[in-house]
Design a protein around this ligand. Structure first.
Ligand code: FMN
Length: 360
């Protein structure tokens, strides 16, 4: 192979690998991958080809630089009067541009769009349909160019609410993780003994507490560290805490009092009559502010938000078990009643999950 051919081959490789690095970088950004091996290898390939290209053309490059920066401009090289500059795009240039345009057009046709989703009758619920439609693909990536709204504040606060500081949640060592996993059961009978404020503090910390102060990362994982889930505590029987609805202010590890009063009946009704919700010391309600995840993950949002509520729910279960408390998850509830109880609109932010916790 002639040296010139090799040079062209390397330039083509550089262009292709550069394009690949850019595309995989875009994919990483879109889907929030911190690492992506295809991106890494393409980057190495691009860097290696660049070094090779520089090595092969070192003489020409240094000669050019010397010419460009050392030699003074000679009088005869200046454009003479009446000189018409040569057309830049010759026939070959035009042909290449036309071919590139045709290639781009063909690519647009060939890139698979979203396949029409058809479901067999027996799997025909809305969730299954959503699941199939929310698969990532080229069209989803291109959809990022559309406007999915802005990024809302990462923390929700109620500036006018009474703020109640929570005791330090650290320093308690209950059951081991293995022990808590083995012992965890859904407990639906609770005694009338109140939970302590420090127990409530530990539970909230296990659910959503900040465990990496520098980056603001929390006890439970979150797609893209966007943290769409808010935690509310409907407290019935916590020593030193007026019964009512409280919002967990994650940033300051504090409670914001939203309303007071005996809400045992109200939450039992919202929970379709499940009595444990009125008997528990506290019912944690996890809600989602969907836009926190949607501006970045678009159609994947609903999946991520539910998965994250699951993580937090399990943290609550295990923390309660480790402290010798009883917990039970509740997914069956009347959405409108529960959202009303917390003052949520059910659209921008909606209740997803209840975890009842009480003394056993
Ligand atoms: C998503 C979800 C929703 C649930 N909803 C309810 C509910 O509405 N009422 C209830 O009594 N238990 C509910 N549970 C608890 C399950 O009934 C319980 O996990 C199951 O019976 C297994 O028992 P275990 O948790 O003791 O292992 C729910 C659990 C999950 C994961």
């Amino acid at each position: 192979m002639k040296r010139k051919d090799l040079d062209y081959l390397i330039i083509a490789g550089m262009l292709l690998s550069g394009l690949y690095v850019a595309t995989t970088g875009l994919v990483m950004d879109l889907f929030g991958f911190p690492q992506f091996f295809l991106h890494r290898y393409a980057g190495y390939a691009c860097a290696a080809l660049t070094v090779l290209h520089l090595a092969l053309n070192w003489g020409r490059i240094t000669a050019y630089l010397r010419r460009r920066f050392r030699r003074p401009l000679r009088r005869e090289s200046l454009p003479q009067p009446g000189h018409v500059p040569q057309q830049r795009m010759g026939r070959r240039g035009f042909l290449v541009s036309a071919l590139a345009a045709a290639g781009g057009f063909a690519l647009g046709w060939l890139v698979p769009g979203r396949r029409p989703v058809t479901l067999p009758d027996e799997a025909g619920d809305l969730g299954a349909l959503y699941h199939r439609w929310s698969t990532p693909g080229y069209s989803l990536a291109l959809g990022a160019l559309l406007d999915w709204g802005g990024r809302p504040a990462g923390y929700k606060t109620y500036p006018n609410a009474k703020r109640i500081s929570l005791p330090d949640p650290h320093g308690y060592y209950g059951l081991s993780l293995e022990g808590a996993i083995e012992a965890r059961r859904s407990i639906r009978d609770y005694t009338s003994e109140p939970l302590s404020l420090v127990e409530l503090s530990r539970l909230l910390h296990a659910a959503q507490g900040i465990t990496d102060q520098r980056r603001g990362f929390r006890a439970a994982p979150s797609a893209g560290a966007l943290y769409p889930i808010e935690t509310y505590a409907v407290a019935h029987n916590v020593a030193g805490l007026e019964p009512g609805v409280y919002h967990y202010a994650v940033a300051g590890h504090a409670l914001e009092q939203l309303r007071t009063g005996n809400l045992r009946a109200a939450i039992t009704v919202a929970g379709i009559g499940q009595e444990m919700l009125g008997q528990a010391g506290v019912c944690f309600v996890l809600s989602a502010i969907f836009q926190r995840t949607r501006w970045k993950y678009r159609e994947r949002t609903y999946r991520y938000v539910l998965l994250e509520a699951g993580h937090i729910g399990q943290n609550l279960y295990l923390a309660a078990t480790s402290m010798g408390l009883g917990a039970c998850a509740v997914g069956a509830f009347l959405d409108d009643q529960l959202n009303d109880l917390l003052g949520l609109d059910g659209v921008e932010e909606a209740a997803l999950y209840i975890i009842a916790v009480g003394k056993v």
